[in-house]
Design a protein around this ligand. Structure first.
Ligand code: AMP
Length: 112
């Protein structure tokens, strides 16, 4: 999508810090980190949020979770992390291209 910041990053039209990539998704550093490690795991296919996945997107959904697991093995202590997908405006989503926040490197409290 032309005006989607994550599609523009994938097309290399906006600079970013790339962390990882595979056929289905890519990982960048969040521009306003909320923890020592704050990555965004983003599907290459533009899907608005998790609520818009279809059965055809199962492989992508799996790839996002498996990428989180790989990041935890590489970049965290004890494979502990928080994974968040804000889905919809009222849930706090501000970029309407699916992404999982991968957060680690500090203690987290209650979610809300
Ligand atoms: P959300 O509010 O859950 O939709 O999360 C969107 C996230 O994207 C926020 O944490 C932003 O800091 C992050 N973000 C927005 N623009 C960029 C960018 N150009 N590079 C990296 N992260 C970004």
């Amino acid at each position: 999508m032309n005006d989607c910041v994550f599609c523009l990053i994938l097309a290399k039209k906006i600079p970013t810090t790339f962390i990882a990539e595979n056929d289905f998704c890519f990982v960048i550093k969040d521009i306003t980190p909320k923890a020592t490690i704050h990555y965004l795991i983003i599907p290459k296919k533009h899907i608005t949020n998790v609520a818009f996945f279809t059965p055809d997107d199962k492989e992508i959904a799996g790839a996002l979770v498996m990428m989180a697991q790989q990041l935890s093995e590489k970049d965290t202590q004890h494979k502990e992390f928080r994974l968040i997908a804000n889905s919809g405006k009222s849930a706090g989503q501000s970029v309407f291209h699916t992404h999982f926040h991968f957060l680690a490197g500090r203690e987290f409290g209650d979610l809300v």
